[in-house]
Design a binder for this molecule. Structure first.
Ligand SMILES: Cc1cc2nc3c(=O)[nH]c(=O)nc-3n(C[C@H](O)[C@H](O)[C@H](O)COP(=O)(O)OP(=O)(O)OC[C@H]3O[C@@H](n4cnc5c(N)ncnc54)[C@H](O)[C@@H]3O)c2cc1C
Length: 246
């Protein structure tokens, strides 16, 4: 089982998943697997694998009892292209390590802007949320206006660059929240579960929720199948607290 786990995680490296209209996530590296978590816990009493059934039961017990540090032994490193509206929320998670593309160094391209598929409506009950959406017909003028805005912002940006204005300043002409940036970011499995719980939730903004869901479905679940099963039972569905591993 250990070898199977390792090859499942390693086989994901380099896999790129498209997100939003022009974004993506790519797994750059992963360190550890479910057994790394079990082994880290067993070091307490210098033990080793006791077979799948007991190993899995131990991992479930760790998560259920909030014995979280063994989950920090597994790390994921992603390369992510996302608009500022997404990064604005993602970078609040202080337990991630980030390195960002520099807009002072690399000029932006004409197509580096996020255009929503649909224009969601303001929720009447939650000031921070959306509910429902404009129809395609209702949304069409807003999409056209956004494209015109991107074009004009980019034209002013290029004109400023051509006039010799520094890249670090010319970017004030770009449509801020829509601009795509590429970052490299790293996190351990414990803090990734914290991020996923908050950002896959129904009240998380769509533009970050789709990244969290892509991380969970395409990387976390296949790399850590036991942990994902326990995460769903004890953290995403806490009512199932008495559940035992199948
Ligand atoms: C639906 C939603 C709405 C939000 N709305 C707003 C908003 O209106 N305004 C706003 O400013 N933010 C908002 N946030 C961001 C939120 O307040 C958190 O900053 C963000 O979710 C990161 O969570 P965190 O601090 O738990 O995560 P991390 O920074 O990853 O930290 C994980 C955990 O580590 C511990 N930790 C990390 N760093 C420290 C530290 N320096 N000191 C002590 N403990 C630490 C904490 O226990 C923390 O829970 C919102 C988040 C969500 C999900």
């Amino acid at each position: 089982m250990t070898e199977q786990h390792r090859s499942a995680a390693g086989g994901l490296i380099g896999k790129r998943v498209p997100v939003l209209d022009k974004g993506w996530i790519e797994l750059q590296d992963v360190m550890g697997d479910d057994m790394a978590i079990v082994s880290a816990a067993r070091v307490s009493f210098m033990g080793e694998s006791k077979g799948d059934e007991k190993d899995k039961r131990l991992l479930f017990r760790l998560l259920k009892d909030h014995h979280t540090s063994p989950f920090e032994q597994v790390e994921f490193k992603f390369r992510v292209r996302a608009p500022v509206v997404t990064w604005w929320q993602w970078v609040r998670h202080r337990t991630w390590q980030f390195n960002a593309q520099s807009g002072r160094y690399t000029p932006f391209e004409e197509n580096d802007f996020y255009l929503p598929d649909t224009w969601r409506k303001q929720s009447p009950s939650n000031k921070q949320a959306s509910r429902g959406a404009l129809t395609d017909e209702e949304g069409a003028p807003f999409s056209a206006a956004a494209l015109a805005h991107f074009e004009e912002g980019y034209r002013l940006y290029r004109a400023a660059l051509d006039a010799g204005i520094a890249r670090e300043l010319a970017r004030v002409y770009l449509p801020g929240f829509a601009v795509y940036y590429t970052w490299v970011c790293k996190v351990d499995a414990h803090n990734l579960m914290h991020f996923l719980r908050l950002r896959m939730a129904a009240d998380a903004q769509y533009e970050i929720r789709v990244y969290a869901q892509a991380i969970y479905e395409h990387y976390f679940k296949p790399a850590l199948p036991w942990t994902a099963e326990a995460f769903e039972k004890f953290i995403l569905q806490p009512d199932a607290e008495t559940a035992s591993p199948t």
